[in-house]
Design a protein. Structure first.
Length: 399
């Protein structure tokens, strides 16, 4: 009877564990599914390599497209593209990364007068009309005006009916994340360069050199463990109060910058590296140390040539955890680096990581869920690639 009751309870517990685990798995899959579904439409090479800010060109054409000098329509145009045989240009209605409608240039004949137009704002300079630009406004010689809100079909009709152009405004595609992606890679590199040696050497000292009974050392260990649970926004305040003035005093920086952000992130991940490395050192058998010393090696030689070499896989595991923390951090970086999305990256100037970029596009009047999800997917891909790379290195070293 007792065995039956115990078996029944055991089955109930197993069922509860299975239900809770399955629920967590379903929620996780649902979150990833939502992010993938919302962001996949924006994923493209142009998103990764494009600038966030668009460039507006103001041009004109002082000649005249003569009727009869018609350009041949390309065969690969789809039914949504409208072509002007008089000007040799194809346009299409499209929606940008913020959900706004615009006219997209999809084709320009190389012999078209629109291929190279004089720049109104720079004498002697020319504006090249290319695929992927948006057509914002055109004022024709007849003073007919075309706006992007009228759509591609109306625009092509106006092109076919007019010869000269007094003003044409073109905009290069924006909302790319190239700057934020480069900033994130800079942050990862600089943070690890700062934090990894400090963390590893601190762990070596605590485990290999410091006295096990020293109360001060034990207090330091408790302090390191406590830092692991400190909210990152407090580290952000540290970055704003200490690291920004420090970097500004030794460089040309004025305000938050990539260097101050890297120093802040280095402090955040230091406890992770120290704790992980020290735990790895604990797993290395004392026989390694004793054998090395017995063969005549010094303490330092034993530590750095035997113990540290054996601890490399564990240290690289700490690197994986640190990379994940660096890429996912946003609260601290808002204070330490700023929220200015930049296309030209300079380490002594403000910028944004991918995580802060998500915060930026979601904090506007109209949150851009689609772009935020696309950036989230890229973050997941970057973390996956970096983690797999480190694991391959660990596997090669362990062989």
């Amino acid at each position: 009877m007792k065995n039956r009751k115990r078996n029944t309870k055991d089955k109930i517990y197993q069922a509860l564990i299975s239900i809770v685990s399955l629920t967590g798995l379903i929620v996780l899959i649902a979150v990833f599914g939502y992010v993938l579904n919302e962001g996949k439409g924006l994923l493209s090479f142009e998103l990764l390599t494009g600038n966030y800010y668009s460039e507006v060109y103001d041009a004109y054409y002082d000649g005249e497209a003569v009727i009869g000098n018609e350009y041949e329509q390309p065969n690969n145009l789809n039914e949504n593209e409208y072509f002007s045989s008089r000007w040799g240009i194809a346009l299409q209605d499209d929606i940008d990364k913020e959900g706004k409608h615009y006219i997209l240039v999809t084709y320009v004949d190389q012999n078209s007068p629109l291929a190279n137009l004089p720049d109104k704002n720079n004498d002697g300079e020319f504006v090249t009309t290319t695929n992927g630009q948006s057509l914002d406004k055109v004022i024709f010689e007849s003073y007919d005006i075309m706006f992007s809100s009228e759509g591609a079909k109306i625009a092509i009709e106006l092109f076919d009916d007019n010869g000269g152009i007094l003003n044409i405004m073109l905009t290069t595609a924006g909302k790319g994340i190239r700057g934020s992606l480069i900033s994130t890679l800079y942050l990862i590199s600089m943070t690890l360069i700062i934090a990894l040696p400090l963390g590893v050497f601190t762990a070596i000292y605590l485990h290999e050199y410091a006295s096990k009974t020293n109360k001060f050392i034990n207090v330091i260990r408790r302090f390191i463990e406590m830092l692991t649970g400190v909210p990152s926004i407090i580290f952000g305040l540290l970055g704003a109060a200490v690291f920004i003035p420090f970097v500004s005093s030794i460089t040309s920086a004025d305000g938050g910058n990539l260097l101050s952000g890297s120093l802040t992130l280095a402090v955040i991940i230091l406890p992770v590296i120290i704790s992980s490395t020290e735990e790895t050192l604990k797993t290395i058998p004392d026989e390694y140390r004793q054998a090395s010393l017995a063969l005549g090696a010094t303490k330092s030689q034993t530590t750095f040539k035997v113990i540290l070499k054996s601890a490399i896989p564990g240290i690289l595991s700490a690197v994986i955890l640190s990379i994940g923390r660096i890429i996912g951090e946003s609260a601290a970086l808002i204070y330490a680096i700023g929220t200015a999305i930049k296309d030209d990256i300079i380490i002594t100037e403000k910028s944004t990581s991918l995580a802060v970029h998500i915060w930026s596009v979601m904090s506007g009047e109209v949150p851009n869920f689609e772009l935020a999800c696309a950036i989230s997917i890229i973050i997941l891909i970057v973390v996956f690639v970096l983690n797999m790379s480190v694991k391959l290195v660990v596997k090669k070293i362990s062989q």
